[in-house]
Design a protein around this ligand. Sequence first.
Ligand code: AP5
Length: 243
Amino acid sequence: MFKNCVFVPINVIIAWAGIWRALGGCSVRVVLLGPPGSGKGTCAKIIGELYNVPVITTGDMLRAAVAMSTPLGVTAKGYMDRGELVPDDLVNVFVEERLSEPDAKNGFILDGYPRSPRQAETLERVLKKSGKRLDHVLHVVLEDEIIIDRLSRRRSCPKCGSIYHLHYKPPKEDGKCDICATELIQRNDDKEDVIRRRLEVYREKTQPLLDFYQKREKIKVIRGDIDLKELPAFLKWILEDCG
Ligand code: AP5
């Protein structure tokens, strides 16, 4: 009965599945939740590279708008400098636009969005409209004192968005981005009083989302201080193998 069938070894199937995913043939839609400085951006970049999907970081998009003094940037600046959330309506509009771009068709990593129940409802509506759903909601956790210490020593590249830490992930050349050699900056909102306010705002406005997603999706909790060298393999395991 199997006379005309071609048998393909299982290791060949697994290898092809990896190549297919790397080429964007498999979709992955991920939301990263977690307090400021827990490591969402670091995880988002790794997952984006692993699955060849765009990373959509609302904080970076807003900082770009501030740098260009667009109408959104002018309004957003005050909120960001104080550590408050930018109003939902403004953020929802530009995230909806970004998700409609062709590169987000086969998946995306949302870093820093949604951040309030209204934003989560908007995301749900946008995905439903196109018959899609989230594959994973990752909750990155870390203690406040570690966060404060970390953020005060974070440096980032204003051009390509690469993230560094003076101790855990220093740039190869002092003050310069490894990827594009741009001068690294310290963010305006990485001052201790503003970091503390961002943590309060997170608890008040974003933490209720954990309930929202617990009811709809399975949240996976990960610690934000896993060794950076082991993080890519760990994230792959969390997203693919761990139930
Ligand atoms: P945003 O830019 O999103 O900042 P955030 O949420 O406060 O998060 P951060 O970027 O500070 O931290 P992270 O968790 O990404 O950590 P990272 O990977 O960099 O938002 C900024 C502002 O924009 C908000 O306050 C708000 O005003 C506005 N905004 C943005 N989105 C909005 C929205 N949806 N609605 C309304 N307003 C919005 O890591 C931190 C440091 O730790 C780095 O130095 C990194 O190298 C290091 N590190 C990371 N992981 C590890 C590890 N495993 N081991 C050792 N070091 C590590």
